[in-house]
Design a protein around this ligand. Structure first.
Ligand code: AGP
Length: 603
């Protein structure tokens, strides 16, 4: 949540720092869009522009009141402390406006710090937790910005990625990180920083990942990184080979639609990354996976739903018990983890605060961890013992789509490795091989789904139900609709309906029934009849050529045949497209859903 950026060049530069900062912020807007702001060192002055609302408001402000400089920092906000407003927008400054700070994270002891600073005659302007950081740095500033930041950090509790500039130190940006991501981009004549790699790709592919508790001083031609004992560290420069194109809309109206349509390719890439010549290659994690007696999976939101799908698949195919939990619950429930449990952490961004904390609990129990993540160099990828990368490329839309299905591909591949019977494992792998092309046939049906959405988008309640894997995927489908259509949508295990939820069903209800397990068709048929009898409309998602629901469903959207436990990877594409087109019909912006941010780096 919140995105920070920084750009540092020399005074002779022809590069326009304002433009570069705005460009970088535009690629981080998915992290929050309650306000945006920049601070620039212009000659020896510090100039700030900030505005409530989307980045375009800041751009309008800069058009009316231009600002330039050779070095600066920027911020796009997802409000935590203090409502979205001009005054609460970052950057925040000290009393004399000499020091400016942008921050991603939460300063948990901000109230105490505020009280202490107020006793030292500091008058606060905003309600944010961040403002106290600017005042603290000022308090410790004695001509050395790096030292002042280092001293201030000692008094902070909570999480932060910080970038700081100072009028009296006009050639450097000081950055620091704890529990929030911060990446340094190294170019020939300038250096940059950002909350993730995507904004940097336009300018460089050489990056350094700052570790927790490190502080760095960045100038136009140098980067010095210090650890918490102030020892200069030699941090490896990594090359990022992500394709820049994949971070662009490429003619699609929204990133979300583009990312839905990219799924066949992303799935193929994820499969191919682990299967060569028909053989599964999990590298050094294979031995450890084979020995697993119990699997424990954590994640949040969509990533958690990938875990639920995995539970059904692993238990069915590999007959190994699986426990799955949302990371924010797992971390507080005193979980029972044995050192030989196979612990899987799923996170697109690899930076979700609760997921990171859950992962650290696995570590304290001595368990080995496999991370399934999309972001190379993310904290999850660096802290896990083994990593399976989803080959989805940058996922920009807040509502996760291609990251989810590629997470499913990873868990299915892990399932293949967990199956003891080699023949069965190969069978499943062969089935997985065809998934990308089957996904394409659903993407190709989008006009049909669009038509359905334009008739049904304004239902006041949408309930998704199914049994087993179909229930697991109902959870994700309901979340997608909530996120971008703001409809009250819920997922139910179909059998649970008559234990309460059916009381909610009326003629304003759409029920989306996922029915991909032939053993349960009869049960699903009864459940559909029950809701129809109460006035609901029913959309059934089932395998092509299955006519079991022709007489009961109002509409059927078929998906290609596959194994029942693999069907979520296909049926979800239908519900992603349905949610997308509902959101368009409502006039919402699916890429920027209200109140949400893509990367939840606060607890
Ligand atoms: C998905 O559409 C959501 N935006 C959200 O639930 C997300 O999956 C969750 O915040 C976890 O994010 P992560 O995968 O980056 O850890």
């Amino acid at each position: 949540m919140c995105g920070i950026v920084g750009f540092c060049s020399n005074r002779e530069t022809e590069l326009n720092a304002t433009e570069i900062l705005i460009d970088c912020l535009s690629k981080l807007e998915y992290r929050g869009y309650d306000s945006a702001g920049i601070a620039l060192i212009n000659k020896n002055d510090l100039e700030i522009r900030k505005a409530k609302g989307r980045l375009s408001n800041l751009e309008n402000l800069i058009e009316k009141s231009p600002v330039e400089g050779h070095l600066g920092i920027g911020h796009t906000r997802w409000a935590t402390h203090g409502e979205p407003s001009d005054i609460n927008s970052h950057p925040h400054t000290d009393v004399s406006n000499d020091i400016a700070v942008v921050h991603n994270g939460i300063i948990e002891n901000h109230a105490k710090l505020r009280e202490w600073l107020e006793k030292h005659n500091v008058v606060f302007r905003s309600e944010t937790d961040t403002e106290c950081v600017a005042h603290l740095i000022d308090f410790h500033y004695n001509g050395d910005l790096l030292l002042a930041v280092t001293e201030a950090l000692k008094r902070l509790e909570g999480s932060y990625a910080l970038a700081v500039v100072c009028k009296s130190d006009p050639e450097s940006i000081v950055v620091a990180k704890k529990d929030c991501p911060l990446i340094i981009g190294r170019a020939d004549d300038f250096n940059l920083i950002a909350s993730d790699v995507t904004p940097l790709l336009e300018y460089t592919r050489e990056v350094q990942y700052l570790e927790d508790n490190q502080v760095a001083k960045i100038t136009c031609d140098n980067v010095e990184i210090f650890d918490e004992d102030n020892i200069l560290r030699d941090v490896e420069i990594s090359h990022v080979d992500w394709d820049m194109q994949s971070a662009q809309k490429n003619g699609f109206e929204h990133f979300m639609l583009k990312e839905i349509c990219e799924q066949p390719y992303a799935l193929e890439q994820t499969y191919k990354a682990r299967v060569y010549g028909g053989k599964l290659d999990l590298g050094e994690m294979s031995e450890f996976v084979k020995e697993a007696k119990k699997v424990v999976i954590v994640g949040c939101g969509t990533a958690y739903h990938a875990g639920v799908v995995a539970k059904y698949a692993i238990e069915h195919y590999a007959r190994i018990p699986v426990e799955v939990d949302v990371a924010s619950e797992f971390r507080y429930r005193d979980p029972i983890i044995n050192s030989d449990d196979l612990c899987i952490v799923i996170s697109q961004s690899g930076e979700t605060a609760d997921t990171l904390q859950a992962m650290r609990i696995f570590k304290t129990k001595g368990a080995k961890i496999i991370a399934i993540t999309n972001v190379v160099g993310s904290t999850v990828s660096r802290e896990a013992d083994y990593v399976m990368y989803t080959q989805a490329g940058p996922e920009i839309a807040v509502a996760s789509t291609k990251a989810f299905t590629t997470q499913l591909m990873c868990v299915y591949l892990l399932t293949c490795a967990l199956i003891k019977d080699e023949e069965k494992s190969i069978e499943l792998m062969n089935e997985l091989k065809d998934i990308p092309q089957k996904a394409q046939t659903i993407v190709d049906r989008q006009e049909e789904i669009q038509r359905f959405a334009s008739n049904q988008f304004n239902k006041s309640k949408v309930f998704y139900f199914g049994r087993q894997s179909d229930f697991a995927i109902s959870l994700e489908s309901a979340l997608k609709l909530k996120e971008i259509n703001y409809t009250h949508s819920e997922a139910f295990a179909a059998g649970e309906l008559k234990h309460g939820p059916i009381a909610l069903v009326d003629e304003n209800t759409l029920v989306v029934a996922s029915c991909c397990n032939s053993k349960l068709y009869d049960k699903m048929d009864s459940n559909m009849k029950e809701v129809k009898a109460r006035g609901a409309k029913v959309l059934a998602i089932t395998f092509e050529k299955n006519d079991a629901f022709n007489s009961v469903a109002d509409e059927i959207i078929p998906i290609p045949n596959t194994e029942a436990f693999l069907s979520p990877i296909l049926s979800v594409i239908v519900t992603q497209l349905y949610a997308y087109y509902c959101s368009i019909n409502r006039g919402n912006d699916p890429d920027h859903p209200r109140n949400l941010a893509k990367s939840v780096t606060v607890e």
